[in-house]
Design a protein. Structure first.
Length: 99
């Protein structure tokens, strides 16, 4: 991977989630989706480094690496049914606004 530091020590989405939602601050993983991040700067530093180093031309699979396990049935390996897709019609304008 061209940016191994992005997922250093993350073998699963749960490892990643533990950084912004530490186990000692929650009683359930479901709490992590509805509250402000408790991230200590680790993810921010990695993202800042990545922004400076990535040329923006070469795609890579970090997002898929973290998301695919959440979108499959672990007992069968088959994809789960996605029954809602959020409206992204304003996404392009949002990215253009960011510059």
């Amino acid at each position: 991977h061209p940016f191994p530091y992005l997922h250093d020590a993350f073998d699963s989405y749960q490892d990643y989630e533990d950084v912004f939602c530490p186990p000692e601050t929650r009683t359930s993983r479901k709490e992590c989706t509805q509250r402000q991040s408790q991230e200590n700067g680790t993810l921010s530093a990695r993202l800042s480094r990545f922004v400076w180093e990535w040329d923006g031309l070469d795609p890579f699979d970090d997002h898929l690496h973290l998301q695919v396990p959440l979108l499959m049935d672990r007992s069968t390996g088959r994809s789960i049914r996605v029954d809602e897709i959020y409206n992204t019609t304003a996404a392009k304008a949002g990215w253009e606004h960011l510059g």
